[in-house]
Design a protein around this ligand. Structure first.
Ligand code: ADP
Length: 668
């Protein structure tokens, strides 16, 4: 329902006075000429129910004479007021009904035509006046809102002015280089503002820069990137990009640009904050160079260590071999002294082994095997091997080992022995004289645990955190006991590679406990022992040894004669060795790798080409002890690999093994 503004203005002919009343007064109580409380008394009628609403709807006047006689419901209200005749006329301006104007009389019964015509004229005039009033009112209202909007704009403008001032202050005092690039509609971009830091960085004056196209300061190799930024910045709003700027003197400087896009008065502005990356880049470059240098140094160190150990192994081989021979034959003081030479050689050999293991670990090529290993045998063997040094130090070793028992774990027998030996020799070394070392093994649900405990002075908390690091030794032991600081780092590495765990607990002046845990293997019995080497089997067993070092040739020949009672034929180089294998049949070939003219690997290949030597075992004897060297030799046709200095027992075990293979099976 459209609301009609203005209401009935009634002219009381009997009173000769106008009264404003409104059938819609409840909807427009503030209408001029009618009081709020008075308006409230009027019953609210729906539009069209009252005469004025009806007139407004039809845009036609209603003339009602002789009202008391009428039954028209619209006239009931008028009738109640005691009105006898009534005229309600629409107030129309520009074809719009603005209200109605009513005239009524309580004393007369009807209006004369002249009066009705007059009313029509009055209503026409009132309509125009009302329209003007309304227009005025509307104008005033619009004016008021306009004034309000202007005030708000003024406040905003003041704020933006002060912000602009602040922005300019920040812009021009910033230590970071800041540039404002402006891009007018379809026009070419230009530097609108540049700060002092830019001028200092690039060497151009602000005026020079403002005359240059912004892309002129970008190095040619970054032009494409900047084109891409220009295309996407409007969507992205903010972007960062690393480019090079070209200074006035032509020098290039790496910069990190942070670009944001802004719009103001129909123009697009790009605020660019640039950070000089010269120092950071130089630092990064220095780091890269440092890394390369340290990798080179590391490689050189590894090469040096393996070369040095190789050089040391050859003479050590002779020393150990002869010492073993003399020790086995001699008696009394000579026996004792050679025992010491042998022990010192073993110590030196161990040092070389540790260094090589460490180098191997660093290069990532020291892998451990995972096979069932009897933990009890390993512990027993390890105790046997350190017993002598325990006795010298007055240390007593106790254990819960039952020689006949077995407990199998998944691991590498050699590495595991090395681990247990390291822990045991540390316990003896650091446990103090007259100490007690206890070795326990425990079977757990799916793993087995070895504990090595001593009652020595213990380890400080700050050392405990570091003793598994390579080359770390606590201050207390530095000058007191010899050591390399490598043992525990190898324990850590080997145990981890065997999928095990390790740990240490220590209490000052009470002692230290080292433990390792390894996954249990799925076997419960040991592999059958190799049959004992029978004298008759080795009678016809012939061995060839190709080695350029005369000392080593002589040593092995002696050892074969004295301990093995096996004939050893020797050759000083690959060619004479090859000649010998073609002339005679050998059951086993021992071959040095580092031979002059034709190296051991080539000799091995040539021997393997001879039809009768395809199955004959060829064992490498070499001072090269890196895992990768061994691996390569085994892949090139060797059956086994012995590292110099050769342990006489290991060599014997190996020869036993091959004699067994070539021997005719013994009758039951
Ligand atoms: P090394 O024994 O050659 O010094 P390790 O790596 O085996 O090297 O040991 C590192 C350090 O840990 C030792 O130098 C010593 O300070 C400390 N350590 C190892 N075992 C013990 C122990 N049982 N008691 C006291 N300190 C020990």
């Amino acid at each position: 329902m459209r609301q009609i503004r203005g209401s009935s203005v009634s002219y009381d002919l009997s009173q000769k006075s106008y009264r404003c009343k409104s059938a819609f007064s409840g909807r427009d109580p503030n209408y001029k000429g009618i009081g709020h409380s008075e308006a409230k008394q009027w019953k609210q009628l729906e539009y069209g129910e009252a005469v004025c609403g009806y007139v407004a709807q039809l845009k036609e006047r209603v003339v009602a004479n002789h009202i008391p006689a009428s039954s028209d419901p619209k006239l009931q209200r008028i009738k109640e007021l005691g009105i006898q005749c009534y005229v309600c006329h629409p107030l129309i301006a520009s074809e719009e009904v603005l209200g109605t104007l009513s005239f009524g009389s309580k004393s007369r019964e009807a209006f004369a035509q002249a009066e009705i015509d007059l009313i029509e004229k009055i209503c026409e005039q009132v309509g125009h006046v009302l329209e003007r009033m309304l227009i005025m009112e509307e104008l005033q209202h619009k004016n008021r809102s306009l004034e309000k909007a202007i005030k708000e704009k003024e406040a905003l403008f003041k704020l933006s002015l002060s912000l602009n001032k602040k922005f300019r202050e920040i812009f021009h005092t910033s230590k970071d280089a800041m540039l404002l690039v402006c891009c007018a509609n379809r026009g070419k971009p230009f530097f609108y503002e540049v700060n002092a830091a830019v001028v200092q960085l690039l060497g151009y004056t602000a005026d020079e820069l403002k005359k240059m196209p912004p892309k002129a300061i970008i190095a040619p190799e970054y032009q494409q990137i900047i084109d891409h930024v220009a295309q996407t910045i409007e969507q992205e709003k903010k972007m960062t990009v690393e480019v090079s700027w070209v200074k006035k003197d032509g020098e290039k400087i790496p910069v990190d640009l942070s670009i944001s896009c802004h719009y103001f008065q129909g123009r697009t502005y790009y605020l660019i904050i640039a950070r000089d990356l010269t120092e950071r880049k130089a630092f990064e470059q220095a780091l890269i160079e440092e890394k390369i240098a340290s990798e080179r140094a590391n490689l050189a160190k590894s090469k040096f260590l393996s070369m040095m150990s190789h050089e040391m192994r050859t003479p050590l081989n002779s020393i150990l071999g002869y010492a073993q021979m003399i020790e086995l034959k001699a008696q009394g003081t000579i026996h004792k002294h050679t025992g010491k030479i042998k022990n010192a050689t073993i110590h030196l050999t161990n040092l070389i082994n540790d260094i090589l293991d460490y180098v191997g670990l660093e290069e990532g090529n020291s892998k451990v095997a995972k096979e069932p290993v009897n933990l009890v045998t390993i512990i027993q063997d390890s105790i046997n091997m350190v017993m002598a040094s325990a006795e010298i130090n007055g240390v007593v070793i106790t254990s819960n080992i039952h020689p006949a028992s077995s407990l199998f774990v998944e691991g590498d027998p050699l590495r595991l022995k090395q681990v247990v030996m390291n822990l045991l020799s540390n316990a003896i070394k650091y446990g103090g004289t007259s100490g007690l070392v206890t070795v326990l093994y425990k079977e757990m649900k799916d793993k087995a645990r070895i504990e090595v405990r001593d009652n020595g002075p213990g380890i400080h908390d700050h050392d405990l955190e570091r003793i598994f690091e390579p080359f770390y030794r606590s201050d207390e032991v530095l000058n007191l006991t010899e050591g390399r600081g490598l043992g525990l780092s190898l324990v850590k590495e080997f145990v981890t590679q065997m999928n095990g765990q390790y740990g240490v607990e220590s209490e000052k002046n009470k002692g230290t406990l080292f433990w390792i845990e390894l996954p249990k293997a799925n076997v419960t019995t040991e592999a059958p022992l190799a049959p004992f080497l029978k004298e008759k089997d080795k009678k016809n067993f012939k061995v060839l040894y190709i080695e350029d070092n005369e000392e080593n040739r002589h040593l092995l020949k002696e050892q074969f004669k004295v301990f093995f009672n096996i004939e050893l034929v020797t050759a000083a180089d690959g060619l004479s060795g090859l000649k010998l294998v073609q002339e005679q049949r050998f059951d086993l070939v021992l071959l040095d790798i580092n031979l002059p003219l034709m190296d051991g690997l080539q000799v091995c290949k040539k021997i393997r080409c001879l039809p009768e030597y395809q199955e004959v075992p060829i064992i490498a004897i070499s001072a090269h002890a890196l895992k990768k060297d061994i691996q390569y030799a085994l892949e090139s046709g060797f059956d086994d690999y012995l590292v110099k200095p050769v342990d006489i027992r290991s060599l014997k075990a190996l020869i036993d093994q091959y004699i067994q293979k070539t021997a005719t099976p013994a009758l039951p």
